[in-house]
Design a binder for this molecule. Sequence first.
Ligand code: HQG
Length: 183
Amino acid sequence: MKNKNIETSKFLSYVLRHKPESIGLELDAEGWADINALVNCAQQAGQSLDEALVRSIVQGSDKQRFTISEDGKRIRAAQGHTTSTVSISHTRKAPPATLYHGTATRFLDSILREGLKPGQRQHVHLSDNRQTALAVGKRYGTPVILCVAATRMHDEGVAFFQAENGVWLTDRVPPEFLSSEEV
Ligand code: HQG
């Protein structure tokens, strides 16, 4: 992606996941914003955004971070929210046997002691492949991959959800379901 697009994608993540109020935008409980309203609010806040740019970023997003509604009029972030105004009703889904979480080695002791916690976000984020987990872990320093015994958790009644972009979500992962893998 071009630099301008990366910058705009980060801006969209910021307003659609975290701080819609920073540009006076309202999201509904499912996280949707009207695309025209988003563009207007962004422009008033001094961002050079137009509808074509929004649509090209949605299409070009490597992780498919954003979803456009079926009628083409609204946009939302697929996952990763911290704003408490949004509570997406993701559908429960049985996970694959193992899911993966990438993090940095410096967090490992704490995670193996306390389990994986959502931090600022609404869920713990997991992927169905090691490669994605590794890329996420590298953002924080020396990466480590945690394997999550997802089917075992699910069998014990824990809810799993899959966001529109394929990211797996759950509330927390207790340590007994975790094992670390050197990379
Ligand atoms: C860590 C990206 C200490 C956890 C990715 C992580 C993802 C603990 C950090 C999405 C802990 C939270 C989310 C504990 C968890 N002790 N550290 N008990 N429990 N942690 O950003 O999964 O590019 O909220 O390991 O693809 O890193 O933004 O979560 O390091 O899907 O679209 O606390 O962000 O997508 O960090 O990343 P985050 P994440 P985007």
